[in-house]
Design a protein around this ligand. Structure first.
Ligand code: IPE
Ligand code: IPE
Ligand code: MG
Length: 255
């Protein structure tokens, strides 16, 4: 009897522990905005802001697994960012190169699987090679999956997926009537990555700027005032704690 009581008590304790566990977002997508303003406020060049932003990426990656985050998507360069001055675009591309070369060993050691989403065909061939090598090298890592969005646009991604399905239909591989949400999801760039639970944009702007338009249909959105270079692991922890208090209803009645 004593052992039954103990077992019941143990069970109750473990239930309480589970109930009190804050709900972690499995997938967090980050719109890393505000590098330019951060630099401008300090009398620095915009590229200095981007370079400080890399330090934030490092800090957020390190904090993610212990916060229960399994997937991170980082918006690094949009299809619209080509409109920026050539020296800023070149500087950003050099920063991506530098990041991949410098961080590859550490990322691999930390069990990070790196993926890239977006149209890489417009990037310099040597950068494309470095990206492909990093993806290959970290393919088996499971501690954290990081998708880096470079030359990424949500609309372009949906158009590509639609085109791929149309080509399959034209070849007679699928029926047009079979195309449903699952089929379109399957034709996107990373169909194995679950939809983001939480999208955070730094620097106070409140828009998606063409980021994960399909995948964020039911994501919680959070806009924080800090520019990306000032977004610390603590700020990330606070955002995740706020997420735990959100009531995700998916169109149903509040429970
Ligand atoms: C985000 O910072 C980084 C990229 C878009 C590449 P910004 O460069 O947009 O910084 P702000 O918005 O001008 O401050
Ligand atoms: C969105 O930021 C793109 C990235 C963070 C890479 P932008 O600074 O380019 O977005 P807008 O122009 O303010 O909408
Ligand atoms: Mg911006």
């Amino acid at each position: 009897m004593a052992s039954l009581n103990q077992a019941v008590r143990r069970e109750a304790a473990s239930c309480t522990a589970t109930a009190e566990q804050p709900r972690a977002p499995r997938h967090v997508a980050l719109i890393m905005d505000g590098n330019g303003r951060w630099a401008h406020a300090r009398g620095l060049r915009r590229l200095e802001g981007h370079s400080r932003g890399v330090d934030t990426v490092r800090e957020i990656l390190r904090a993610s697994p212990e916060l229960g985050v399994e997937y991170l998507t980082l918006y690094a360069f949009s299809t619209e960012n080509w409109r920026r001055p050539k020296n800023e675009v070149d500087g950003l591309m050099n920063l991506f190169r530098y990041y991949i070369r410098r961080e590859a060993d550490q990322l691999d050691k930390d069990g990070v699987q790196v993926r890239f989403i977006g149209d890489s065909s417009r990037l310099a061939p040597d950068l494309q090679c470095e990206m492909a090598a990093l993806v290959e090298r970290t393919r088996e890592n499971r501690r954290l999956v990081v998708a880096i969005a470079i030359n990424y646009g949500g609309r372009a991604e949906i158009v590509d997926a639609a085109r791929r399905l149309a080509e399959q239909a034209a070849r007679g591989e699928i029926e047009a009537g079979e195309i449903d949400e699952a089929a379109l999801t399957g034709a996107l760039s990373a169909p194995d990555i679950p939809d983001p639970d939480l999208v955070i944009r730094t620097s106070g702007e409140q828009r998606l700027s063409n980021f994960l338009l399909w995948q964020s249909a039911y994501s919680e959105l959070m806009f924080v005032p800090e520019p990306w270079p000032d977004f610390t692991a603590d700020a990330f922890r606070r955002a995740i704690a706020r997420f735990a208090g959100r009531d995700r209803r998916y169109g149903a009645v509040a429970g």
